[in-house]
Design a protein around this ligand. Structure first.
Ligand SMILES: [Zn+2]
Length: 322
């Protein structure tokens, strides 16, 4: 099923025309922390320090011609929409924030699992919360989510299936697209659940598809009409950038260049004791290193630009036909 066409994208400072997105990184984070971070030694940088750091990194991106990023931090991973709004205003850069929850291995599953034991309406309540964040805003901030994040871990558990159902319900009720976290597997099961509930595949970015080393898996997702996220460039544990670049070019050559979005999954600030390597804060890796790698492998400048501009725009626009 195809969504209705969307003419605007909701950013943390309000709606913008989809054409105003420009060059867009589809999966980056200003701030991340796993539930329980508040019990760690030290909370990480102050609000002011985080703003400074994020604005610095975004200024660099802006000077390279980028205009927008999606920060799909789920509700339960220390999402801070006030930080996003402040950084967006200070830097003059579009940021799209998400509603939705992380997977059961790391996210705030306890609350919802406990609730679901007592209240059969829990999936409905979760959908209502997502819809509220899309239509009215996050808490009292007035900042509205422009995308729904959902996630699966190494297994797709009943908790995650419940979240996928709530995600589909909220997406259909508000005509809002979806971006997912995967561990490089089970994107097919995510689509089975979301599309089975009526969501169009083109309204889904299957995140971290570049974490898979299986070209059949990657291609099958694109063939179903979903967008595939090559959104972890620079993330060493999951795969090498050489493998990612090879796989991306293979997908373009197979005719799926219109289904790929790119990013790094950087984390600029971290709640709790900061263990992140400096290269996980490099928003410029795609521009500086990956884009030339793709050109060396034969992509034209236009084919690379399409990954950054046309594909994010078409994803947010929806009502997409091949
Ligand atoms: Zn992420």
């Amino acid at each position: 099923m195809a969504s209705q066409e969307r003419r605007t994208v909701m950013t943390v400072t309000g709606p913008i025309p989809v054409d105003a997105l420009g060059r867009t990184l589809m999966h980056e984070h200003l701030l991340v922390g796993a539930p329980g971070w508040e019990f760690d030694i030290g909370a990480g940088p102050s609000f002011g320090e985080m703003v400074e750091r994020c604005v610095d990194r975004i200024e660099e991106l802006k000077s390279a011609g980028y205009a927008s990023l999606v920060d799909p931090c789920p509700i339960d991973m220390a999402r801070d929409v006030n930080l996003m709004r402040e950084v967006s205003s200070r830097a003059g850069f579009h940021i799209v924030c998400a509603t939705g929850f992380y997977h059961g291995e790391i996210g705030a599953a306890s609350h919802w699992r406990f609730r679901a034991m007592l209240d059969p309406d829990t999936p409905k309540r979760i959908a209502e919360l997502l819809i509220k964040e899309i239509t009215e805003g996050v808490g009292e901030t007035g900042v509205r989510a422009g995308i729904i994040k959902t996630a699966t871990g190494h297994l797709v558990t009943p908790y995650e299936t419940m979240m996928l159902a709530a995600t589909a319900q909220a997406s259909l009720a508000t005509n809002t697209p979806i971006t997912t976290h995967t561990e490089g597997v089970h994107g097919d099961l995510q689509l089975d659940n979301l599309c089975g509930a009526g969501v169009g595949a083109a309204d889904v970015v299957v995140g971290h598809t570049c974490g898979s080393k299986d070209p059949v898996y990657q291609r099958a997702l694109a063939e179903r009409g979903a967008f595939v996220g090559f959104d972890r460039f620079g993330f060493a544990p999951a795969n090498t950038d050489e493998n990612r670049a090879d796989a991306l070019v293979a997908l373009v050559r197979a005719g799926f260049g219109h289904r790929i979005v790119v990013s790094h999954d950087c984390v600029l600030c971290y709640r709790g004791v900061d263990h992140l390597r400096p290269e996980r804060r490099d928003f410029m890796l795609f521009e500086r290193t990956i884009s030339p790698m793709l050109r060396e492998r034969g992509l034209t400048a236009e084919e690379v630009e399409r990954l950054l501009v046309d594909n994010p725009r078409r994803f947010f626009q929806g009502a997409y036909s091949p």
